[in-house]
Design a binder for this molecule. Structure first.
Ligand code: GAL
Length: 656
């Protein structure tokens, strides 16, 4: 369990560097990330490099015993480059081109920009790739952030044409697959296809989906080109990218395929994330200072899956941030809690954003581990405490490098499902990721450890597999179900589309009918005033956002019906299908039953308490607003805290 920090030597006088480095080491920090926005300082003019300052910064940090993560600086292209290629600025869906003067303004498809990005990457990698202190490389920074992907530029269109040609080979095949006979959209050649923006009403959903698939591949190939350079010059270093929370613009599983990353890193801003995601206002209010208890855990578990077991938190919130609608100070204890929470979920490194609050420019209202004058911030003091606690505990400092794997429960997450249901919401409030989050929250409320995985993962070792929804059910997934001994729960809209974004010939849930004989006849999205009621295992509740009308074969069980007679939950053997987005209480009743049938142990946890086990240590966290008991055995040997913990506190005990 290591601590890190994001540091910007270029923003501070050199006279501070050595002392900063010394104090990092004294605080228990082992890793420091630098340079990801320093392009114009490294290459002030085209082809003219100034390495002196970066050499000195690297040497200063290395001399203090710190390990360095170097960022390739492509997220902030200098003005000389945008002046040379005015068309390298990305284009928004409304056709407006971004300006320079901030960051991430580049067009990810632009050949001239890519070439310049590879050139600076190669120059850096040649210089520092074999430096003993440089242990990892981060490509760019938060790819696709600030809505800069997709880009609707001329280059994107050209590359989209090529991508379509590779996928469909002939224009006839594309016309057929896209159903372009509709609304007279038939294309005579690939060149006749436009980008799917600025249409008066809906563009063809498969056109939109293929564009999103293409853009997702663009993000992955942009990263991959840099990785190929880095691996050549820095063969021993870890390569990573810092992903974001609740972010689905590109398919992270595809991005990480073929060893494109060694470890998945992500940037965790729990309070701001709680403020921005689609949970009820009442929950945002309740968790304004602690963050929603599952908001970080969801991405810890997701990125552990993306990294095939290895993940880091590259940027961890250290105090109030500057970019949400409201930016409160975290409750006392949360900076320490979030660190232990990440470690409990398997993080190898928790690295803070940032070392010192910067008194000038865009992020002057963003806190760090120090105030602008250099004194330790409240968050900095909490990090100090956590680092001391780990150093003092033989149990904590010898935990296994990875989280216990596999967990008993898998939750399948699918990026294409998010895209398809964004393209075709059908009801204003339908958001697949939030449906997945609701199921995840229920599992975490039951004290269950969860692996979040793609549908292509080997699911054979799980006892319970929860698929909140998956638009396209493949034959391979059906084969996994047939061979599995697990309990399976499928949410609404599963199997509702083909890979070509059409309704399956045998109706939804398509190939899933092989293991669960039923058909979806009609679907409805629900305005908040429409509340079909149902009950399951003594819990009464309603469908929200979405409901389906099913016809089921005689052999299929009906586990719950709506008041008007339509099936709500149906099942066949180990597979259940939920014909609606049920309210939280019903999801809880359903997953409790599924966990029971699967032989997965659940806890009755006090409100706001969460558990996570790593190695033989069980951690408990209190996100609630009152002190609460943790479910430790009476004779538990505590490593942190005790049987009762206050808001923002952590307990940990030996669990064997
Ligand atoms: C991240 C970004 C950082 C910094 C931070 C502020 O999204 O990677 O550079 O801007 O947000 O919270």
């Amino acid at each position: 369990m290591n601590f890190g920090v994001c540091y910007y030597p270029e923003q501070w006088p050199r006279s501070l560097w050595a002392d900063d480095a010394k104090r990092m080491a004294e605080l228990g920090i082992t890793h420091v990330r630098i340079a990801e926005f320093a392009w114009s300082r490294i290459e002030p003019r085209d082809g003219e490099y100034d390495w002196a300052w970066l050499d000195e910064a690297v040497a200063t940090l290395a001399n203090a015993g710190l390990k360095i993560i170097l960022g390739t600086p492509t997220a902030a292209p200098p003005t000389w480059l945008t002046d040379r290629h005015p068309d390298m600025l990305a284009v928004r869906a409304d056709g407006v081109r971004f300006n320079s003067g901030s960051r991430r303004h580049y067009d990810i498809s632009h050949a001239g920009f890519r070439a310049a990005g590879l050139k600076i990457t190669e120059a850096m990698a040649r210089r520092y790739g074999r430096h003993a202190a440089v242990v990892a490389w981060q490509t760019d920074n938060e790819l696709a952030c600030h809505d800069t992907v997709p880009t609707y530029s001329a280059t994107a269109l050209q590359r989209f044409h090529a991508w379509l040609q590779r996928r469909y080979e002939t224009i006839d095949a594309l016309n057929d697959a896209w159903g372009t006979v509709f609304w007279s959209m038939t294309y005579a050649s690939f060149d006749a296809i436009r980008l799917p923006n600025l249409t008066p009403t809906d563009a063809n959903p498969i056109h939109l989906l293929d564009f999103r698939r293409f853009m997702s591949d663009e993000v992955a190939s942009f990263h991959r080109e840099q990785v190929d350079v880095l691996r050549r010059h820095a063969p021993d270093a870890d390569v990573l990218h810092n992903f974001m929370g609740f972010f689905t613009t590109f398919d992270h599983y595809r991005f990480a395929a073929d060893d494109s990353i060694d470890v998945a890193a992500w940037d965790s801003y729990p309070l701001a994330r709680t403020e921005t995601i689609g949970i009820a206002e009442e929950q945002k209010a309740r968790y304004a200072r602690t963050a929603h208890p599952d908001v970080s855990a969801f991405d810890h578990d997701r990125y552990r899956g993306v990294g095939r077991g290895r993940f880091w938190v590259m940027e961890q919130q250290a105090g109030p941030v500057n970019w949400a609608a409201w930016n409160p100070v975290p409750a006392a204890g949360m900076i320490r809690l979030w660190a232990f929470e990440a470690f409990a979920h398997g993080a190898e490194l928790v690295s803070y954003f940032r070392w010192r609050q910067c008194p000038f420019a865009q992020e002057q209202m963003h806190s760090g581990l120090h105030l602008p004058d250099g004194q330790l911030s409240p968050g900095g003091r909490e990090l100090q405490r956590a680092a001391e606690e780990i150093a003092a505990s033989s149990q904590l400092s010898t935990l296994p490098a990875k989280a216990t794997s596999p967990a008993a429960v898998a939750l399948v997450f699918d990026y294409e499902t998010q895209w398809m249901f964004e393209i075709q919401r059908h009801g204003r409030t339908f958001d697949y990721q939030m449906l997945a989050f609701d199921y995840y929250e229920v599992l975490r409320e039951m004290g269950v450890d969860v692996d979040i995985v793609p549908a292509t993962a080997d699911l054979s070792r799980y006892k319970l597999v929860v698929v909140p929804s998956i638009a396209v059910v493949t034959d391979a997934l059906v084969a996994q179900i047939e061979q599995s001994t697990a309990q399976w729960v499928f949410g609404p809209r599963s199997g509702s589309k083909t890979d070509g974004f059409a309704i399956p010939g045998n109706l939804p849930p398509g190939p899933l009918q092989k293991v669960l004989p039923m058909q979806v006849l009609e679907v409805e999205s629900l305005r908040p005033t429409l509340k079909p009621a149902t009950a399951f295992d003594d819990t009464e509740g309603i469908a929200v956002h979405w409901r389906e009308h099913l016809s089921v074969a005689n052999a299929t069980r009906i586990d719950a019906r709506f008041e008007d007679g339509w099936p709500a939950i149906v099942g066949s053997g180990k597979v259940r299908y939920v014909a609606a987005w049920l309210d939280h209480a019903l999801h809880r009743a359903l997953l409790r039953r599924a966990a029971h049938d699967a032989g997965v142990a659940v806890h009755a946890l006090p409100d706001g308490i969460r558990l996570r086990r790593r190695g033989n240590v069980m951690f408990a966290f209190n996100f609630g607003d009152a002190p609460a008991d943790v479910p430790a055995p009476a004779n538990a040997s505590f490593v942190l805290g005790g049987p009762q913990i206050a808001t923002g506190d952590v307990a940990a005990w030996v669990a064997d």
